[in-house]
Design a protein around this ligand. Structure first.
Ligand code: GRF
Length: 207
C-alpha cells in the first residue's frame, strides 16, 4: 500500500479500540489524520488527548444516510484521509461511502468469529447459540452484507460456563485490542494483501 496511508478513524462509543491502536501507532506504517464520530462520543476525547483532530458529525433527524455520510466524507477529505478504520462505529455504511475509497481501504473490527453472528448483539447471539469458542474478526468493509467483507485476521477466546454478555464481551475486547493493531500493522507493512476478494499473506520474497 503506497504512499503511506493517512488514517481516519470512525467511532461511536467509548473508544477503547481507538486507544489500543494509538498505543501501537509507532508500529503502523501509516499516520493518524483524524477521528470522526456520529455522536459526542467519549472516543473523541481519547483522540484529543493524543492531539488528534476529533470531530462529531451528528445525524440530522430524517436525513438520508448518504447525506450524513457526505458530511463525514467532507471531514475525512479535509484531513487528506486515504484509509478508513472503523472502531466501534455504529452506523452501517452505504455503497456511496464505501465507493469513495478504493477496495481494501476500509477496515472494521467485529466481536465474533465471522461469518458467525454479524450485526448487533454479537455476544448475545453467540451465547444463545451455545458456541464454545468466540473471538474477534478484522475485515475489510465491502458493499453488501453487513460484516461480510474479506477477513484479514481473527483471534479466538473460550466461552466459559456462566458467561453473560458482559463477561464474554470483556474477554473478547481484550483480544480485539491486540488483533486490530496486529492486522493493520501487517497490512501497512505489505504482509497482507487483497486479491480476488480474499486476503492473502504475502510470503517473504514474493512480489
Ligand atoms: C467493540 O466491541 C467493537 O468490536 C464493536 O463495538 C465495540 C466498540 O468498543 N464494533 P470501543 O468503542 O472500541 O471501546
Amino acid at each position: 500500500m503506497s504512499p503511506r496511508p493517512r488514517i481516519g478513524v470512525l467511532v461511536s462509543g467509548r473508544g477503547s479500540n481507538l486507544a489500543a491502536l494509538l498505543r501501537r501507532r509507532g508500529e503502523l506504517a501509516a499516520d493518524f489524520a483524524c477521528v470522526v464520530s456520529n455522536t459526542e462520543a467519549p472516543a473523541l476525547e481519547v483522540a484529543r488527548a493524543q492531539g488528534l483532530p476529533a470531530v462529531a458529525v451528528p445525524v440530522v433527524r430524517g436525513e438520508a444516510r448518504e447525506a450524513h455520510e457526505g458530511r463525514v466524507l467532507e471531514v475525512l477529505q479535509a484531513h487528506d484521509v486515504t484509509f478508513v478504520v472503523l472502531a466501534g462505529y455504529m452506523r452501517v455504511l452505504t455503497p456511496f461511502f464505501i465507493g469513495a475509497f478504493p477496495a481494501g481501504h476500509i477496515t472494521n473490527i467485529h466481536p465474533s468469529l465471522l461469518p458467525a453472528f454479524p450485526g448487533l448483539h454479537a455476544h448475545r447471539q453467540a451465547l444463545e447459540r451455545g458456541v464454545k469458542v468466540s473471538g474477534a474478526t478484522v475485515h475489510f468493509v465491502t458493499p453488501g452484507d453487513v460484516d461480510g467483507g474479506p477477513i484479514l485476521a481473527q483471534r479466538t477466546v473460550p466461552v466459559l460456563a456462566g458467561d453473560d454478555e458482559d463477561t464474554l464481551a470483556s474477554r473478547v475486547l481484550a483480544v480485539e485490542h491486540q488483533v486490530y493493531a496486529d492486522a493493520l500493522s501487517a497490512l501497512f507493512a505489505g504482509r497482507l494483501m487483497l486479491r480476488d476478494g480474499r486476503v492473502w499473506e504475502v510470503a517473504l520474497g514474493e512480489v
